[in-house]
Design a binder for this molecule. Sequence first.
Ligand code: ATP
Ligand code: MG
Length: 149
Amino acid sequence: MTAAPLLPVSLTCNTDLRFIDLIQVVGSELLKHMNFSHEDGERVWLAIQEGIGNAMRHGNKLDKRKNIQVTFTPQANRLEIRIHDNGKGVNLDTLPNPNLPENLLKPCGRGVFFMKQVMDQVVMETDESGSTLLLVKQRRGAEHVAEGV
Ligand SMILES: Nc1ncnc2c1ncn2[C@@H]1O[C@H](COP(=O)(O)OP(=O)(O)OP(=O)(O)O)[C@@H](O)[C@H]1O
Ligand SMILES: [Mg+2]
């Protein structure tokens, strides 16, 4: 019997870094349900963690009165993750390259680079409600897995 497709899951919480662990539980289970490999699942999870950390720190400026919303959208052979905050966002294409010699010793500035390494797509969109980071990961070997996710 083919399982019914998984529908999007949305989680909203206030800006409190402790919620990252709770969102991890949902994200990790979803990755398992979608038959992502353990290795890919762990990398994707780290990228999501970084995106949520950025949304809370840079987007919401750690203001506990502000919310973030994380939406997981399972597609047939990829997972889309949207992380929304109340900030103005940033142009991801103009960030300094952390691998340049002058940036090597800087303690920060590696999160977006890491997300781009791990994910197939990393896009920031901004509107009047805030900014949304879209992370997309294709499932490797998806062509060998039965349809129905
Ligand atoms: N959601 C966001 N809203 C606004 N600005 C952001 C957001 N995410 C990232 N930025 C900006 O992009 C910069 C780079 O982010 P990145 O995650 O690469 O580095 P970082 O968070 O400064 O340091 P770290 O290496 O600890 O992640 C940030 O310093 C911030 O200015
Ligand atoms: Mg960061």
